[in-house]
Ligand binder design. Structure first.
Ligand code: ATP
Ligand code: MG
Length: 333
């Protein structure tokens, strides 16, 4: 039976963190045997925040190394840099003719960026969901392992696919869906009360896969907590719910149960909770950090992975682009 096609990308905007791992990368590794997988470093997407050109190469290598350290096997999947597949940008242009300013302006991540970088509201920020749709549709993917923050972009990708097929009266693109093995999509909250851990924002609230043991311990011990409950069965405030969620994600539901009981009985000790969480995080991050650092010692090996990945990704992309061009009518000889 033909395997389903999977695409997902990560921006080269800095060191990856537990949110990237638990929301997306963990599933990459779990999917690599049963699906035809394309995973890429979204270097074009990182340009919207104007990174220093000098930093790009190391950022791209780091994303590759951290993915492999998290269990991805470059022999099993196609691992590539987005900018190595120019077919994607051509499809992006075709899809842009079907994307409307009004719908793009309403996207919450766009509105957030308008607030956070008012001096740099560039057109690429506005059309980010169109490029993301092109990344996915160029391989005709149907499953997209991503975190909850990407859910709405996926809906837009489905709309663009559908619109293209109807406009040109031909079913070229299947509709892609966010994937998490049938479970709800994950959003790993920041430790500082921010909505999510992030590569490019709120460093103190984010556990990076590069963080040393002591840094992890410090960040967890400083995590925001509300005051202890004075009445039995008080509903969990967000800060405590976040810590419970993090413990559940790294150690499983059994680890959280005693703290939930202690909360209900007003005997919870936040220090104990944080200590357990910190040690679980340290054990979790350490092997990934060490392996990723090790891999970055061999840039030639990373270059070879990128070269092979680019070739495989382009072969797949070229086929889809040819179909799309023909449907649009831009084939003259
Ligand atoms: P940036 O701040 O540069 O946008 P980011 O941390 O949001 O970085 P992305 O490269 O935008 O990371 O996203 C890569 C993948 O990680 C996506 O699938 C996204 O849904 C997922 N992801 C990012 N942050 C979280 C989080 N806090 N919880 C769960 N998944 C996340
Ligand atoms: Mg992001």
């Amino acid at each position: 039976m033909k395997k389903e096609i999977v695409v997902s990308g990560i921006r080269s905007t800095g060191s990856l963190h537990l949110g990237n791992y638990l929301g997306a990368m963990r599933n990459y590794a779990r999917m690599q045997d049963d699906f035809t997988c394309f995973f890429f470093v979204a270097d074009y997407h990182s340009l919207t925040t104007h990174p220093d050109p000098k930093d790009l190469r190391a950022s791209v290598y780091r994303v590759i190394a951290e993915n492999i350290a998290s269990g991805l096997d470059p022999e099993k999947v196609t691992l590539y840099a987005q900018s190595d597949v120019p077919e994607t940008t051509e499809l992006y242009l075709l899809l842009n003719t079907l994307a409307y300013k009004g719908e793009l302006e309403k996207v919450p991540t766009f509105k957030d960026k308008v607030r956070s970088q008012p001096d740099n509201v560039n057109a690429a920020l506005l059309t980010y969901p169109v490029l993301m749709a092109a990344d996915i549709l160029i391989h005709k993917a149907t499953q997209v392992p991503v975190g909850k923050d990407q859910e709405q972009h996926l809906e837009m990708a489905r709309n663009f696919a559908h619109r293209f097929n109807s406009r040109y009266n031909e079913t070229i693109f299947p509709e892609p869906y966010a994937f998490n093995f049938g479970e709800a999509l994950i959003k790993v909250p920041g430790l500082d009360g921010s909505a999510k851990m992030s590569k490019s924002e709120n460093g103190a609230g984010t556990i990076y896969l590069t963080d040393e043991d002591e840094v992890i311990r410090k960040k967890i011990m400083k995590a925001k907590t509300d005051s202890s409950p004075t009445e039995a069965h008080t509903p969990l405030p967000e800060s405590i719910a976040n810590l419970f969620q993090l413990l559940q994600l790294v150690s499983g539901a059994e680890a959280v149960a005693p703290y939930q009981t202690a909360w209900n009985e007003t005997t919870i000790r936040f220090g104990d909770l944080k200590k357990e969480l910190a040690e679980a995080m340290v054990q979790f991050v350490k092997p990934i950090r060490e392996k990723a650092l090790d891999l970055q010692q061999s840039p030639e090996a990373i270059q070879q992975i990128l070269r092979t990945g680019a070739e495989k990704a382009r072969a797949s992309a070229a086929q889809t682009l040819e179909e799309a061009r023909r449907a649009v009518g831009i084939r003259y000889y």
